[in-house]
Design a protein around this ligand. Structure first.
Ligand code: ADP
Ligand code: MG
Length: 238
């Protein structure tokens, strides 16, 4: 579970073709990073996969099923937003449980899932606190917890660490990689940071102006960049 296929996916806003056409195959359990300069269409592509935007053309399949016209709730994916998307007036526990409450899940099952997510994320002692009483890293873990409890087919991260300081970013990078190792769920991670891409990805998708320049492992991109743009962006000597 958690395979995602894009077939000639296109997106235009008015007359502006932001994604002229993307084909992509994401396998079950992969950690895939979309990387590219600001404005190249990373967030748009992620939002198309999440169902938060409608495609202008093409097809999106999840686990072999065409979900092109399905709303976000039908896709079984969980988007992790930056930590500032937490509800400040709710406790950590209520923030994490929020999507389950919306789905009207029985309270006992909600509690079980929240406790499990909290233990994975080292938040067990913080469930009664408010987000404002947490560190930046803890807040980001709460945002991730809110995705974990949904037990999604795949996690979609859009630059989740960009508002954290440098030292914390390194820690969270490791934590997210460890989370992937333990859950083994498909993850798509958007960043403009080459170091994040090179250290976290099984597979990197380099985007430029809404087109895929190259797909490959960090090692493949580093040793055999398809062109100067990829080489320059990845920091390859070739
Ligand atoms: P990235 O995440 O790589 O920085 P985005 O996907 O946010 O890039 O944006 C890609 C392009 O699409 C940008 O030129 C941006 O201005 C444009 N864009 C994004 N969302 C909209 C929108 N809702 N309406 C019009 N243009 C948009
Ligand atoms: Mg973006």
């Amino acid at each position: 579970m958690g395979s995602i296929t894009l077939k000639n996916v296109r997106k235009a806003f008015g007359d502006v073709e932001v994604i002229p056409g993307v084909d992509l195959e994401i396998h079950e359990g992969e950690f895939v990073v979309f990387v590219g300069p600001s404005g190249c269409g990373k967030s748009t592509l992620l939002r198309l996969i999440a169902g938060l935007e409608d495609v202008s053309g093409g097809q999106i399949m999840i686990d072999g099923k065409d979900v092109t016209d399905a709303g976000p709730a039908k896709r079984g994916l969980a988007m992790v937003f930056q930590s500032y998307a937490l509800y400040p007036h709710m406790t950590v526990g209520k923030n994490i449980a929020f999507p389950l409450k919306m789905a009207k899940m029985p309270e006992a099952e909600q509690k079980k899932r929240v406790d499990h997510a909290a233990s994975i994320l080292n938040l067990t002692d913080y469930l009664e606190r408010k987000p404002g009483q947490l560190s930046g890293g803890q807040r980001q873990r709460v945002a991730i917890g809110r995705a974990i409890v949904r037990e999604p087919e795949a996690f979609l991260f859009d630059e989740p660490l960009s508002n954290l300081d440098a030292a914390l970013r390194v820690n969270m990078r490791v934590e997210i990689s460890e989370l992937h190792n333990s859950l083994k769920t498909t993850m798509i991670y958007v960043t403009h940071d080459q170091v994040e891409a090179m250290t976290m990805a099984d597979k990197i998708v380099v985007l430029r102006a809404g087109l895929v320049e190259q797909v490959g492992s960090p090692m493949e991109l580093y040793s055999r960049p398809a062109n100067r743009f990829v080489g320059g962006f990845i920091g390859s000597p070739n």
